[in-house]
Design a protein around this ligand. Sequence first.
Ligand SMILES: C[S@@+](CC[C@H](N)C(=O)[O-])C[C@H]1O[C@@H](n2cnc3c(N)ncnc32)[C@H](O)[C@@H]1O
Length: 287
Amino acid sequence: MAVQVGDPQHETPEGRLDLETLELQLLLEGVYRQYGYDFREYAVASLRRRVWRRVHAEGVETIAGLLERLLHDPSVMERLLLDLSINVTSMFRDPTFYGAFREKVVPLLRTYPFTRIWVAGCSTGEEVYSLAIMLTEEGVYERSRIYATDINEAVLARAREGVFPLDRMQEYTDNYIRAGGKHSFSEYYLAKYEGALFERTLTENVVWAPHNLVQDRLFNTFNVILCRNVMIYFDRPLQNRVHQLFHDSLERFGILALGHKESIRFTGFEDSYEELDAYEKLYRRIR
Ligand SMILES: C[S@@+](CC[C@H](N)C(=O)[O-])C[C@H]1O[C@@H](n2cnc3c(N)ncnc32)[C@H](O)[C@@H]1O
């Protein structure tokens, strides 16, 4: 966490960190030292909210109380990890993004004999299945490999299963149509009990793997990197470091896709990319 003594927002009149900020720092330090997860440079406001939610859910009074619990009980850490990693996602999220991808990126992919795509922070996989459906419809899935990674192994396990709540299928069908889907969305899944089991062929070319954007390194080079709605939770220096990792991992003329609320501006990499679509946050590496 980037809050330091000297930051007036988090200081007492005597010039010390206020107690809550101090406890939060100790918690993040404990999480890092005991479990190896480094949340110290995540954006403070959202961290604080989520930590307090866990404090209340565990029935303790303070953040320090939560630290005590989690140091001695790994299951508390598992639950906190779920809170901190914020796994909200959906199929064909921001449908217009997929429309722009079809129109502006797929034609480039057709010129490659083979495409490596990295979906960083894939959560429970809805984005990956959406991408696989779109690439299949555009006839380029066969020659693609998708590396889908996340910090959180529990969400990756769910992604691998490919079963999504039936009660979201109407919303996903609407998204799919707005994203320019070419078939009937229900062709892609089998409704079973409470779940929609998606076509196994959609994940034939997907490699699911844990990867931590804060601590892990470059593991391949890619033609396309999607990292949407992940860096919004990082503070600025951490975002910039992750942009360095993406820049190093992207082939020249490779594509970077960010979330609607994210941007390449002020990262130090503005000049390395040209904008393919400013609204949809699609960039192409030019240097
Ligand atoms: C809000 S979800 C976004 C999912 C999907 N990309 C989308 O746009 O719908 C953010 C995901 O980023 C993952 N994440 C958070 N910190 C991460 C890190 N340091 N390295 C890799 N993934 C991380 C979380 O576990 C979560 O699954």
